[in-house]
Write a protein that binds this ligand. Structure first.
Ligand SMILES: [Fe+2]
Length: 419
């Protein structure tokens, strides 16, 4: 094989390696270092450096070989020098060429020549100088041939593109991070606003202080127990906070009646789920189906609920969760006309109404979450805290919950076998 063909093949090989290096997503400094070594090796050069700049100012050394580390400490580039590089030709890159009109070379010729640098080539991408490649002479002592120049220029262009791409990726990552932060902030604002609304709903109803907040938390706990993803869990919590928002349009005297309300008042109060739906519908929620969960939180599996009298499979699972959380809180908190019920009584109610009012799977999940707190399996005792001291105490509570779970799961299996 002719030596010139061999050299050509070698150069092509080096360019291919360089292309791969630059396209890789690995460490940026490592990429530049390897690229420079490929360049030095291809032309057999003793020394070289790659420096980058983003506009006029100091030059940042990315990779250096065979030169003193301090070389670029006091080297910078100004606007006129950048313009000259953009307009320059091949002869301008030679440090030895004293007649060169390149102002950067004029300014640093002595310093660079003293270090044995012979060529200074700009890396130009999209009409901008992204940095410089500085090269020493050939190890053989020969002059650079025109082939050498072509190879050098091709490789320098490659490295320049690599640096440019890296910068674009960095900018992109920065913007993505900024967007993520803004999104998080927006979500936090949304959550705070929702909680403020929940507090407003609860203030209107002076007997059920903190009800919406608790329904939000119970709903979240149930959804978590059902194995929902983080986003859906957040969504159901929001739905819990807002489920009674429709009460804002119901007469305060009906909500706060210190006695059981009559049929007319009751029908007025029963408008709140549909009213809540109307209030929530125009809002662009970051979670799915929030208005529907508010609308259907008083529906029952047996079709005896309101506002639409839906049956089991027609009721969204989210609404079933909020419904149980809502009823559970109503049973376990004092009302003006009655004291709260004992936990044994609540379990009895859940057993009787599973499959009629409540979805058994949802009841099982809630019972499991409570049982985990009683047995100490749960790290936090959030339900216990909401129910207040002593409410869940008693040896029989764990057994009652375990029995309820076993019974409801048994029923589910029977149902599944029948289908
Ligand atoms: Fe309600």
């Amino acid at each position: 094989m002719e030596p010139s063909t061999q050299k050509l093949i070698h150069t092509f090989g080096a360019l291919a390696d360089l292309g791969q290096e630059i396209a890789g997503t690995g460490d940026f400094n490592e990429m530049v270092r390897t690229s420079m070594h490929l360049l030095l090796g291809t032309i057999a050069l003793r020394r070289g450096a790659v420096v980058e700049c983003s506009g006029p100012g100091p030059l940042r050394c990315v990779s250096i070989w065979g030169l003193g580390d301090q070389l670029f400490n006091d080297v910078d580039i100004n606007e006129a020098e950048m313009k000259a590089f953009l307009a320059g030709d091949v002869s301008d890159s030679s440090v030895k060429n004293e007649s060169s009109s390149n102002p950067f070379l004029t300014r640093y010729r002595k310093t660079l020549a003293a270090e044995g640098i012979e060529l200074v080539l700009p890396m130009i991408v999209r009409g901008e100088v992204t940095g410089l490649v500085l090269l020493g002479g050939k190890a053989s002592g020969e002059e650079f041939s025109s082939d050498d120049f072509e190879t050098i220029h091709a490789m320098v262009r490659h490295i320049g593109v690599g640096i440019h791409t890296h910068r674009l990726l960095e900018q992109l990552a920065q913007r993505a991070e900024e967007n993520r932060r803004l999104y998080d902030e927006l979500r936090a604002i949304y959550r705070d606003t929702v909680r403020a609304f929940a507090a407003a709903i609860d203030i209107k109803d002076k007997y059920t202080q903190g009800h919406s907040e608790r329904v939000g938390r119970y709903s979240e706990i149930i959804a978590r127990e059902l194995g929902w993803g983080e986003d859906e869990v957040e969504g159901i919590q929001i739905a819990g906070y807002l489920h009674d928002i429709g009460k804002l349009v119901v007469d305060r005297n009906i909500i706060n009646a210190p006695y059981r309300i009559d049929a007319k008042q009751s029908s007025e109060l029963n408008k709140h789920p549909a009213a809540g739906y109307e209030i929530l519908l125009p809002i662009n929620h970051p979670y799915a189906d929030i208005p529907l969960m508010a609308k259907y939180h008083h529906e029952r599996l047996d079709g005896r609920g309101y506002p639409d009298g839906l049956v089991d499979e027609q009721i969204p699972i989210g609404a079933k969760i909020v419904s149980l959380a809502d009823s559970f809180d109503a049973m376990t908190t004092d009302r003006p006309y009655r004291r709260r019920r004992s936990f044994e009584d609540v379990i009895r109610d859940l057993r009787q109404n599973s499959g009629k009012q409540f979805d058994s799977k949802v009841v099982v999940a809630f019972a499991r979450a409570i049982l985990k707190e009683i047995t100490g399996e749960a790290k936090e005792r959030r339900i216990t805290k909401m129910l207040g001291k002593g409410y869940l105490d008693g040896d029989q509570m764990a057994t009652l919950l375990a029995d309820l779970i076993a019974e409801l799961e048994g029923n589910q299996e029977v149902c599944a076998a029948r289908q």
